[in-house]
Design a protein around this ligand. Structure first.
Ligand code: TMP
Length: 215
């Protein structure tokens, strides 16, 4: 397979939807088939991206981030990830899994922060060019499930919240609406997975979509 282009799969969903667990399970299973797999996250995945991730996620005294700055920083991380890692890996035939990609920007900066969607899409285009996922898995849990999973996570890992988790409930309601809109508009690329089920059932649903995409 080394001489054919790889596959690009992104994962989306609100906080506590179980993306990280599912990406780890899928990575292991794909590796058992002998494929080269790389799992990445956004913002992050490169030296620059991880530095931007810290700025974007960790609240810092005296550091304000305007929504337009947030949009540009997310896409600076993405531009670097696409050029430094995603495109070279796809060119060598790898399966590239990314925890969030441009749909997160449409949903969080567009629907969530209220930036003009045309501006958001134009900025994304600069960052990604023609590098678009072959498949996007949208792990869907209702807002109250996301909230209770976040609350139980806070009990084990401490009460500190990142800059996004600090947002009010209305923000997360807009995120939910944004993801529904994307699932409707891009139903060819975006597959909705009911992530309220147990981990194995969600993994089976994901595997069925991914193995279809790999054929
Ligand atoms: P996570 O890795 O825990 O999902 O955290 C990433 C946070 O960044 C999450 O709250 C969603 C947010 N985000 C955006 O607002 N825009 C983006 O483009 C991306 C990739 C993430």
């Amino acid at each position: 397979m080394a001489d054919s282009r790889g596959k690009f799969v992104s994962f989306e969903g609100n906080e506590g939807c179980g993306k990280s667990t599912q990406i780890a399970l899928l990575t292991d299973r794909l590796r058992t088939t002998g494929r080269d797999v790389i799992a990445l996250r956004e913002p992050g995945g490169t030296g620059l991206g991880e530095a931007l991730r810290d700025i974007l996620k960790t609240p810092k005294e005296g550091v304000e981030i305007d929504p337009v700055s947030e949009l540009l920083l997310m896409n600076a991380s993405r531009a670097q990830l696409v050029r430094q890692v995603i495109e070279p890996e796809l060119a060598r035939g790898s399966i590239v899994l990314v925890d969030r990609f441009f749909d997160s920007t449409v949903v969080y900066q567009g629907y969530g922060r209220g930036l003009d969607l045309a501006l958001v899409r134009k900025t994304i285009e600069v960052a990604v060019g023609v590098t678009i996922p072959d498949l996007t898995l949208l792990l869907k849990v209702p807002l109250h499930v996301s909230e209770s999973r976040r609350a139980s996570r806070a009990q084990t890992s401490g009460p500190e919240r990142d800059r996004f988790e600090e947002a009010e409930r209305a923000f997360f309601e807009r995120i939910e609406r944004g993801y529904d809109a994307i699932a409707d508009e891009s139903s060819g690329r975006v597959k909705v997975i009911d992530a309220t089920r147990d981990i194995d059932a969600v993994h089976r649903a994901i595997w069925s979509e991914v193995s279809g995409c790999l054929q």
